[in-house]
Structures are given as C-alpha cells and as structure tokens.
Design a binder for this molecule. Structure first.
Ligand SMILES: NC(=O)c1ccc[n+]([C@@H]2O[C@H](COP(=O)([O-])OP(=O)(O)OC[C@H]3O[C@@H](n4cnc5c(N)ncnc54)[C@H](OP(=O)(O)O)[C@@H]3O)[C@@H](O)[C@H]2O)c1
Length: 295
C-alpha cells in the first residue's frame, strides 16, 4: 500500500474504504471484511449514523489479530448540526470517540463548509493538542474557501480536504491549489456512485482491457497516479478485493490524457454553493435530530 505524508508528518494509506450508505446491519461485517482484504484507512461520519457499527467491525478485526490499532487510520466528520460553536463541536468529538469505541481518532474533518467552522475547528485543534485526534481537516471546501480558511483560522493548516473527484469532475485546477497550500486532497465518490454509466463507459472499459483491469480499477489507479488519497465503497467482498488490487499496474501518460478528456468540470451530484442545497443541508439539522439543533 502506498502511503502519503501529511503536512503534520502523519502518514496515511493512499487507498481507503468508505462506509457511506452501508446499512447499519451490514456495516460491522463490511468494515471487518475490508480490513481482512487489506484496507487500513476507514472513512465514516457522524451523519452516516454508523459509527457504532464501524467501531464494532474495527474491534472484531483487532480482537481477531488481523490488524493492530496503530496500523489503522480511522476518519470521522462533524456534521452541520455539530458546528454551531466550539462547544457543540467539542461534545460531538466526545460522542464519536464513544460510538467508535476508540481512545483516539486518526483524522477528524469538518464535513461541510457551513456553520461556525472556525469555532468547530478550534475544538478539533484542542482535541488534536490533547492527543484525542491525530490529524484534522475539512471536506467539501471549494478552493477559494479553502485558501481563506487556511489563512484565517487560528489552529493551523488543515491536513486534508475531502472532495468529490471522479472522471466526470476531475478538479484539475483545484488539485493545483491544494498542492500550493500543501493540503492533501482526498477523493470521495471516485466512481461517481456509478452515475453516467461509469462502470460501462467505453473509453474507460477500453483502457481497462489493455491492462486486464476493470473500469473501477482504472479509475482508482488514475486517482492514485494524480497523488490523491482515494476512498472507495463496496459491500461486496469481491469488489472490495478488486478495488484493492490497483498497485500492480501503471496507466501510461497517454491513457491518463485520454481519461482527462472525460472531464465535465461539474459535480455528478450537486454544488455546495447552490442555495437549494444549502437550504437542504440546513433542513437536515432539524430533520435529523431536532434536539441537536443547539447541541
Ligand atoms: N465528504 C463527503 O461529503 C462524502 C460524500 C460522499 C462519500 N464520501 C466518502 O467517500 C466514500 C466513497 O464514495 P461513495 O460511497 O459515495 O461512492 P463510490 O465509491 O463512488 O461508489 C460506490 C458505489 O459503487 C459500487 N462499486 C464499488 N466498487 C465497484 C466495482 N469495482 N465495480 C462496480 N461497482 C462498484 C458500489 O456498489 P457495491 O457496494 O454493491 O459494490 C456502490 O454502489 C463514501 O463511502 C464515504 O466514505 C464522503
């Protein structure tokens, strides 16, 4: 497994396993299987409502001697309803430690660019200082917001910005900005969750055929070669393994360029600055947990 060194010196596997949209009753088993396959980076979030089950899968893998806690890198994220102020964020950090059943969390992110991100980031910084979190960062920050946040916050440079990157939304200029500020980009939805028929795309299929690899493997490899940390989700053990086997081939410059031609320069999902989406996120605060509105 290739490792990336973050701007605080911590190391991180370049390929990880995400648990978004895995039903609660399948999460512990999926996490356990993924660790058995070889994944060491596991990505969850408070808003996925499966931190408890993620923690159960991790515990089982450690108890069975498959992995040690030190070998794992566990990520979770504060949702909008945790980002009213520093105190609500600090409480939420304790909640995640508790649900995951861990003494420390390797990477904790602000999930969305909304709310009191400066106060919440201060809570993450304090927990990092106290050894409860190793690395901290953000998610879904566009490059302008990221630059502003990097300069204006009083904790320090985020280690990570987790953003959508896939063949339809390649973020070429955004990656340059991340590089300039030494903030590691991490890709969510590398397959665009299969949108636009990604898994049967003829261009990606032809490239895969040359190397004896699937479309999924080509896409993950393309991200690895762009120095991005990448998260893939699958509940199917065969596809978990398929997605993991991407370190035994290298895409040629020509094939990297061909994939570049697929860029539609727009999200396959939504724009975080679209007022309708902002309104939807604000609605989630109340819909998800009315009692959490003020922490
Ligand atoms: N920060 C954020 O806002 C944010 C947003 C979204 C996601 N994420 C993180 O990023 C992770 C990955 O993103 P995602 O889960 O949204 O989407 P994704 O990884 O792009 O796509 C997952 C979908 O692709 C299928 N799949 C996986 N490997 C495949 C393969 N080799 N061949 C064919 N189908 C395959 C899976 O089905 P099966 O399970 O049936 O294999 C699943 O339906 C998430 O789990 C989460 O941890 C973060």
């Amino acid at each position: 497994m290739k490792e990336i060194t973050l701007n605080n010196g911590e190391k991180m596997p370049q390929l990880g396993f995400g648990v978004y949209q895995i039903p609660n009753e399948e999460t512990a088993k999926s996490v356990y299987e993924a660790i058995k396959v070889g994944y060491r980076l596991i990505d969850t979030a408070i808003s996925y409502h499966n931190e408890t089950e993620t923690g159960q899968g991790i515990k089982r893998a450690i108890d069975d001697g498959i992995v040690t806690r030190k070998e794992l890198l566990i990520t979770t994220k504060l949702f909008v309803n945790n980002v009213f102020n520093e105190q609500t964020a600090a409480q939420a950090i304790e909640g995640s430690l508790d649900r995951l059943g861990l003494d420390y969390i390797d990477l904790f992110l602000l999930h969305q660019p909304y709310g009191d991100i400066y106060g919440a980031y201060r809570a993450l910084g304090k927990a990092q200082h106290n050894g409860k979190i190793k690395s901290i960062g953000v998610s879904n920050f566009d490059s302008g917001k990221l630059i502003e946040f990097a300069q204006m916050n009083d904790v320090g440079l985020p280690q990570i910005n987790q953003i959508e990157i896939n063949p339809w939304h390649q973020r070429v200029e955004d990656l340059d900005w991340h590089h300039k500020y030494n903030i590691q980009p991490e890709a969510w939805a590398p397959f665009a969750e299969g949108r636009n028929n990604l898994f049967t795309d003829p261009i990606l299929s032809n490239i895969g055929a040359k190397y004896g690899k699937s479309v999924g493997q080509v896409v993950l490899r393309w991200l690895i070669q762009r120095d991005v940390v990448v998260l893939a989700k699958s509940t199917n053990p065969n596809r978990m393994l398929e997605n993991f086997n991407i370190f035994d081939f290298e895409l040629s410059d020509e094939d990297m360029q061909t994939i570049h031609s697929l860029d539609q320069k727009a999200s396959a999902f939504f724009d975080h600055k679209d007022p309708k989406m902002v309104e939807w996120f604000m609605g989630r605060i109340i819909k998800d947990k009315p009692d959490m509105k003020r922490g």
